[in-house]
Design a protein around this ligand. Structure first.
Ligand code: SF4
Length: 495
C-alpha cells in the first residue's frame, strides 16, 4: 500500500478493522451517522455497470456516514469521480470532468477513484483541483476518507493537507489490487429518481482471473470474487419488497461466480436458488463468457419462466488466429456450438455479444472471418467496440496496430449487419405474445416496456412502471415493437 499522508494511514488502518468486524457481523443494521453537521456529496460514475454498482455502494456508505446527497457536482462539497479506464477516451472523459468540476465548483473536494485511479494514480494526482486519489484497492475506505475530507467533517481539511495546485500532487491511497478481497455492491438503477426506477442491476461478482491480452480490467479490479449466496438472496428479497419485478444479475466475469467461495458453488446453483427461493418474478443474466454457458445453465434458462430468455456471450472475434492472439479461451467452433444450443433450446431468445474490431494484426481476411461468422449465427444484437490500446496490456506492445480509420470502417460494417439481423428478429415476433416489464417512459398515450427477450416495446395505454404484463406484439415501428397488454400474469411458482 502506498499512502502519502500519515493522517490517511491512520484512517486506513481504522477502516480495515471496521471491515473485518463488518464481515463477522453480517446483516447488522447500518452504522449510525456520526457527523452532527452535514456535508454534501455527489458521486459521478463513468463506464460499465460494475463501476456504477461500486458508485451506488459508495453513495450508500456516504449516506450512512451522515453526509447528504447533493443535487449535482457543481453544488456538492465533496465530489467523487468514479472512473473507467477501458479505453483511452474513458480516461479523457475523466480528466475533462475534473476540469469541468474545478471550473464550476472551485471549492469542491474532488476525490477520484475507480479503474483509471487504480491504473494511473500519479497522473491523476497532478491534475489541478484533485484533492485525493483512491484506487480500487482502497475503494472500501473511500467513505471514511471522504467524510473526513468534507469541510464539515470532524477532521479538519487543513490537517489532511489537500493538494489543489497543479504543482502540488494530491494524496494517493492505493495498494496491490490482487491482494484485494472486498466486493462492494449496491443495486444500480436506470434513473436517479426513485419514482423512475425499474429493473435494478445487482453486481454479484467482481474481478477476473483471465488475462485477455487487450484487457486492463484484471489489473484494475483484481482477482475474481463473489458475493455470498446468502447476501445475494438477501439483496434480491429487499428488491422484491421494494416492488421490483425484474432484476439483472451482473459481474465482470459473472459465470465465474462462486469459484472463490468455500465450499465452491456453481453459478447455475445460485440462479436455481434465486428462482426457487425468492419471489422475484423475473431474473435476467447480463453476460456470461461463452464456455460458461454450460448445458445445465442453458436448460435452466430455457425451462424457467422466471428467467428472461436472453443470452449474452462475449465473442470479440470470429477469427481463430485473432482469438488466439487475444488469449481468449475458446475457438470459433466452440462458440458456434454454444450459440446453436442456446437457439435450439430457446427459439425466441435474445442473443447478443461484444465484438472488438481493429485488434493488432487483424487483416481484412481476419475481419471477413468475423463478419461471415456473425452473419451465420442467430444474433439479435451486438455491442461493437473499436480496439483501444491500454498501457501495460500485452496487446499494446504488439506490432501491426490497425489504423483507426480502418477499424472505424469495420465497426460500421458490423453495425449495419446487426441492424438488419435485429430488424428480422423483431419482424419474427409480430403476432406473438410475450411477458414484459413496464418502464417509466410514456409518450402519445403509450408506455414503454422491456420484453422477456430484451425488446423495447411501446404498449397502448398509460401504465404504471414496474408491472409484469403479457403483451401481444402487433408491428415493428423503427427501433421498437408496438403492442397491447393481453393479461397480467400472476407470480410464477417454482420449486
Ligand atoms: S474475461 Fe477477458 S475481457 Fe473479460 S474482464 Fe476478464 S480479462 Fe477482461
Amino acid at each position: 500500500m502506498r499512502l502519502l499522508r500519515p493522517e490517511l494511514l491512520a484512517i486506513e488502518s481504522c477502516c480495515r478493522k471496521t471491515q473485518n468486524a463488518a464481515s463477522r457481523r453480517k446483516r447488522e443494521p447500518p452504522i449510525a451517522p456520526y457527523n452532527s453537521t452535514v456535508a454534501s456529496f455527489f458521486v459521478e460514475n463513468f463506464g460499465c455497470r460494475a463501476t456504477q454498482a461500486d458508485g451506488a455502494a459508495i453513495e450508500r456508505q456516504l449516506l450512512e456516514k451522515g453526509l447528504a446527497r447533493g443535487s449535482s457536482a457543481i453544488d456538492a462539497e465533496v465530489v467523487v469521480l468514479n472512473t473507467c479506464t477501458v479505453t483511452a477516451s474513458a480516461d479523457q472523459d475523466a480528466r475533462a470532468a475534473i476540469r469541468r468540476i474545478k471550473r464550476g465548483n472551485p471549492e469542491a473536494r474532488i476525490i477520484v477513484t475507480g479503474c483509471y485511479a487504480q491504473r494511473a494514480p500519479e497522473e491523476i494526482s497532478r491534475i489541478e483541483g484533485v484533492s485525493l486519489v483512491v484506487g480500487n484497492s482502497h475503494k472500501h475506505a473511500l467513505p471514511t476518507l471522504a467524510a473526513n475530507l468534507a469541510p464539515k467533517g470532524f477532521v479538519s481539511v487543513a490537517s489532511i493537507g489537500v493538494g489543489t495546485a497543479a504543482t502540488e500532487a494530491a494524496p494517493v491511497v492505493i495498494g496491490d489490487i490482487f491482494a484485494h478481497t472486498e466486493l462492494m455492491a449496491a443495486p444500480v438503477f436506470d434513473s436517479e429518481s426513485a419514482a423512475e426506477r425499474t429493473r435494478p442491476n445487482l453486481k454479484i461478482q467482481d474481478g477476473c482471473n483471465n488475462r485477455c491480452s487487450f484487457c486492463v480490467i484484471p489489473y484494475v479490479r483484481g482477482k475474481s470474487r463473489s458475493l455470498t449466496m446468502d447476501s445475494v438472496l438477501h439483496e434480491v428479497d429487499s428488491l422484491v419488497e421494494a416492488g421490483y419485478k425484474e432484476i439483472v444479475l451482473s459481474g465482470i466475469n459473472l459465470g465465474r461466480w462462486g469459484n472463490d467461495l468455500r465450499p465452491r458453488v456453481r453459478f447455475e446453483e445460485l440462479v436455481r436458488n434465486i428462482v426457487e427461493n425468492t419471489a422475484i418474478p423475473k431474473v435476467r443474466i447480463s453476460s456470461v463468457e461463452p464456455m460458461d454457458w454450460s448445458n445445465e445453465l442453458i436448460a435452466l434458462v430455457a425451462e424457467s419462466p422466471k428467467i428472461c430468455k436472453h443470452a449474452h456471450a462475449p465473442l470479440q472475434s470470429g477469427s481463430d488466429r485473432i482469438l488466439r492472439k487475444m488469449h481468449r479461451r475458446y475457438r470459433p467452433w466452440h462458440y458456434a456450438d454454444r450459440l446453436e444450443r442456446i437457439r435450439t433450446a430457446m427459439p425466441q431468445a435474445a442473443i447478443g455479444a461484444d465484438v472488438m474490431v481493429g485488434f493488432p494484426g487483424e487483416t481484412d481476411e481476419h475481419f471477413e472471418e468475423t463478419r461471415s461468422f456473425i452473419e451465420s449465427l442467430p444474433f439479435t444484437y451486438l455491442h461493437v467496440f473499436t480496439y483501444s490500446s491500454r498501457p501495460g496490456t500485452p496487446s499494446a506492445a504488439m506490432a501491426e496496430q490497425v489504423p483507426v480509420y480502418v477499424a472505424r470502417e469495420r465497426n460500421k460494417v458490423l453495425r449495419d449487419l446487426i441492424a438488419e439481423k435485429k430488424h428480422g428478429f423483431m419482424e419474427s415476433l409480430v403476432g406473438k405474445e410475450i411477458e414484459a416489464v413496464t418502464l417509466t417512459n410514456q409518450r402519445d398515450g403509450m408506455t414503454e416496456a422491456l420484453t422477456d427477450n430484451y425488446q423495447k416495446a411501446m404498449i397502448a395505454g398509460e401504465h404504471t412502471s414496474n408491472q409484469l404484463v403479457r403483451v401481444r406484439l402487433d408491428r415493428v415501428d423503427g427501433e421498437s415493437l408496438l403492442g397491447v397488454i393481453t393479461s397480467v400474469p400472476s407470480a410464477h411458482h417454482e420449486g
